[in-house]
Design a protein around this ligand. Structure first.
Ligand code: TYC
Length: 121
């Protein structure tokens, strides 16, 4: 006996098919980017009239990983402009750097201050 020629209809239709671009390639669906890079924080050191320059240079070397020359340049910028950026970090690391600087300054009896703030503040 001959098979009947009824069209075969799938019981469940596919929900999504990748689009074809006509050239034999599969075009993946474009999705909008959902993740942003994390906000970064800059540690800003403030000038004062009392903290010795040498102490500031040592602190910048010790806590911000700068060599003597780079630390001296940052210190002089702070001295001349009133403030300067010592480094840029994730929020937690920046907060730890601020704590370390304030702690070292307080222990040495200097009024040196620094803050962290979002980059593009
Ligand atoms: N202005 C200070 C002085 O003349 C030096 C200094 C530099 C202090 C940078 C703080 O963040 C500072 N001794």
């Amino acid at each position: 006996m001959m098979a009947t020629k009824f069209p075969v209809i799938p019981a469940v239709a596919p929900v999504h098919q990748p689009e074809r671009d006509g050239g034999g390639s599969v075009v993946l669906e474009r999705r909008t980017q959902k993740t942003k890079p994390p906000q970064m924080y800059q540690v800003v050191m403030l000038n004062d009239d009392y903290t010795p320059m040498e102490f500031v240079v040592v602190v910048i070397q010790e806590f911000f990983g700068k060599d003597l020359e780079a630390a001296t340049q940052i210190m002089l910028k702070i001295h001349l402009d009133g403030k300067g950026i010592c480094g840029v970090y994730s929020r937690d690391v920046a907060a730890t750097k601020v704590d370390q600087v304030l702690d070292a300054a307080a222990k040495a009896g200097h009024p040196l201050k620094c803050i962290s703030e979002p980059v593009d503040f």
